[in-house]
Ligand binder design. Structure first.
Ligand code: SDX
Length: 443
């Protein structure tokens, strides 16, 4: 940044290059040129705009980071206006159609698609790490019978950090690689254990003969049969859902993983922070909230009254709207197709009629059109999960299984990014100052 007085600037007829911002501080008449890089200015450049020497300088104020880029990333690209989503440059539609979740997880973590040998090794490593320490089982049995599975997942992922204390060596590439394998491998096991606990059923151990989604279905549904045989259509639908949920650039839970990870804590603790953020109904908890909303609407006849309530501000149309997408969430379109595949096996869920009618009405209503509210990833996913026999509490847990691949890829990128350091935002202080302490007897 360069500074000139207003007179110098006017006199010299300063011709700034096209990649700069010219700022005039009217408090001092000083003139600043701020470089523009990748559509942003470095907030720290603003600190040079001062009214006097010991002034801290200007900062930006951006609650909820509506217009703040926190990092450079090569992992996921989203164009919110066009409804585009790409993982490492590959369109989500192609990956959902042609890839598998484990291959996508490899792509997100390593930055390129694996060859056959790499994919086989990756799959083998993950398959042989699906078991968790028996103490984890005992730990999970300490929860109330009706504990929310997301709360159980949050706690048990964090607990994994106590079983692998070496995971704090986050700069050691070999050590962190095995933690990455463990996290991807063990999330379905922890998720299934929390489901079985919630159902009061014995836990089912991983079956390493099955695929990643197939093994998850086995740990969820296996009862007295010697070997669970997943329906390939359900296995495929679940795999596609894991792909669609794998990453989504700097969403709330990924930002939590990056922020907590910036303190150089182990990856289990950082991912546990992501699980906690995803638990919220405005984020990963929305798929659970959508199902409850559809169940509450009950029939298509009730939709007009419900929509009026939303427009009055009584509640939100859960599964609609997005901070980035101001067009259709491409994932919602793909999930809507996957719904049909699952219903072939499970029979049609009557709530689908309410969801499609709700979508149709909302997309024609000015309230939603003006606010650019379209169905997001959570609007239809719950219908598939319910059709798979999952209780609504499990829906955000299924989201977390897929998102673990993205959390880890983003955590890795943050750790290796030389521009990053411990995340510690500033504030605008609005409280009182310089008060005298008053003894309690005088208050
Ligand atoms: C996910 O970030 C990600 O990428 C997230 C995610 C991922 O993959 O990680 O895509 C996954 O979390 C999807 C979003 C799931 N959440 C929901 O479906 C919950 C319902 N949606 C909203 O809460 C909301 O749309 C958000 C949280 C998703 C986005 O909120 P923003 O960007 O802060 O937008 P906003 O709340 O400022 O809304 C702008 C306007 C407001 O109206 P006004 O105050 O201007 O009159 O739109 C309204 C909002 O009230 N609005 C809604 C609405 N969403 C926004 N009104 C009714 N129903 C809704 N769903």
């Amino acid at each position: 940044m360069t500074t000139e007085t207003q007179q110098e600037a006017d006199g010299a007829g300063a011709q700034s290059s096209s990649d700069t911002l010219t700022v005039t501080d009217n408090r001092t008449g000083k003139h600043y040129e701020v470089p523009i890089e990748d559509g942003t200015i470095r907030a720290t450049e603003l600190r040079k705009i001062k009214t006097h020497e010991d002034d801290f300088g200007l900062m930006t104020y951006d609650p909820a980071y509506m217009a703040t880029a926190s990092c450079r990333s090569e992992i996921t690209f989203i164009d919110g206006e066009q409804g585009v989503l790409e993982y490492r440059g590959y369109p989500i539609e192609q990956l959902a159609e042609q890839s598998s979740f484990l291959e996508v997880a490899y792509l997100l973590v390593h930055g390129e698609l694996p060859d056959r040998k790499q994919l086989d090794e990756w799959t083998h490593e993950i398959t042989i790490h699906t078991f968790v320490h028996e103490n984890i089982k005992e730990f999970m049995q300490g929860f109330r019978y009706d504990a929310h599975p997301m709360g159980m997942l949050l706690a048990s992922v964090g607990a994994l950090s106590t079983f692998y204390p070496e995971a704090t060596a986050i700069k050691d590439e070999e050590v962190r690689y095995i933690q990455i394998i463990r996290l991807i491998a063990k999330m379905p096991t922890l998720a299934a254990f929390s489901f079985r606990h919630n159902q009061g059923k014995p836990y089912v151990y991983p079956d390493n003969d099955l695929s990643y989604p197939g093994n998850f279905l086995s740990m969820i549904y296996k009862m007295t049969e010697l070997k669970y045989e997943p329906d390939p259509r359900l296995e495929h639908a679940l795999d596609v859902l894991f792909i669609l949920h794998a990453d989504h650039e700097q969403n709330c839970s990924t930002s939590a993983v990056r922020s907590v990870g910036s303190s150089q804590v182990d990856p289990y603790s950082a991912v546990a922070a992501g699980v906690a953020a995803l638990y919220g109904p405005l984020h990963g908890g929305a798929n659970e909230a959508v199902l409850r909303m559809l169940q509450r609407i009950e029939t298509t006849d009730n939709i007009p009254d419900f929509i009026e309530g939303v427009k009055r501000g009584d509640e939100k149309l859960m599964g609609f709207g997005h901070r980035v997408y101001k067009n259709f969430d491409p994932r919602a379109k793909i999930i809507k197709q996957a719904v049909e595949e699952v219903f072939e096996v499970t029979g049609k869920n009557p709530l689908l009629d309410i969801a499609t009618e709700l979508e149709k009405i909302a997309l024609e209503d000015d309230y939603f059109i003006e606010r650019k509210l379209y169905p997001n990833v959570d609007f239809y996913s719950g219908l598939i999960y319910e059709a798979l026999g999952m209780p609504v509490e499990m829906f955000p847990v299924l989201f977390a299984i897929g998102r673990t691949a993205g959390w880890i890829a983003q955590w890795l990128e943050m750790i290796d990014d030389s521009e990053q350091k411990i995340a510690r935002p500033r504030q605008i202080y609005t409280g009182q100052r310089g008060l005298e302490y008053v003894p309690i007897e005088k208050r």
